[in-house]
Design a binder for this molecule. Structure first.
Ligand code: Y43
Ligand code: MG
Length: 198
């Protein structure tokens, strides 16, 4: 039996970094993956106050516009020193131009000003939604340490300022397959597949 109608899955994200990671995580599952950008789907206002809410908003909008099954990710970096900020506002800290050099500089300043606790976690919430309303949700987290100034050119977003627990290099210094071994998104995807396939 087909998991998705037409065996097709739409990634409801505009973030190329996420698209690359999600495509890699779905490889070999016999699913034809396409993206919101490729289908020209409308952008979504992320008005929720939780990762779950925003992932749901993105998934619902893309299902409505495309008629296909959809996978949405809402994610972010939560600094212990800042009570979990930037959290769901992680993308907003990059400004309209999505300048994460600027966002990481701000994060460094604010963390130091707040007492310099370097503990942090990345969170990813995935929502899989079918046109018939069936829905599966999963969360993945990875704890780690913030490092300033940022290091490495790999990955995207805040990757250069985050060292996952037990490692000594940032996500920005890792190859894609290495980041995928620890990442919040990989963990969420594993949890999603467990939910889905039992
Ligand atoms: O693995 C990651 N490595 C580095 N940074 C990350 C990661 N995962 C999330 N982040 C940061 C940057 C991103 O911009 C924001 C998520 O915001 P979020 O609204 O979920 O995604 P987005 O606006 O970039 O794309 P979209 O909403 O179209 O899926 O958190
Ligand atoms: Mg977004």
């Amino acid at each position: 039996m087909e998991l998705f109608p037409g065996n097709r899955l739409v990634l409801a994200t505009r973030n190329e970094g996420k698209v690359r990671e999600m495509q890699r995580l779905l490889e070999g599952r016999g699913v034809e993956v396409t993206t919101a950008a490729a289908l020209g789907l409308p952008e979504v206002e992320e008005t929720g106050t939780s990762f779950e809410e925003n992932a749901t908003l993105k998934a619902e909008s893309a299902v409505k516009a495309s008629g296909f099954a959809v996978l949405a990710d809402d994610s972010g970096l939560s600094a212990d020193a800042l009570g979990g900020a930037p959290g769901v506002y992680s993308a907003d800290w990059g400004g309209p131009e999505r300048d994460f050099g600027k966002a990481m500089a701000r994060l460094g300043r604010e963390v130091k000003a707040a007492g310099d606790d370097r503990g942090a976690k990345f969170v990813s919430v995935l929502v899989l939604l079918w046109p018939d309303g069936r829905r599966v949700e999963a969360r993945g987290e990875v704890r780690g340490t913030l490092v300033f100034p940022p290091r490495g050119e790999g990955g995207f977003g805040y990757d250069p300022c985050f060292i996952p627990e037990g490692e000594d290099r940032t996500f920005g210094e890792m190859a894609a397959e290495e980041k995928a071994r620890f990442s919040h998104r990989s963990r969420a995807m594993e949890a999603l597949m467990r939910e889905l396939l039992g």
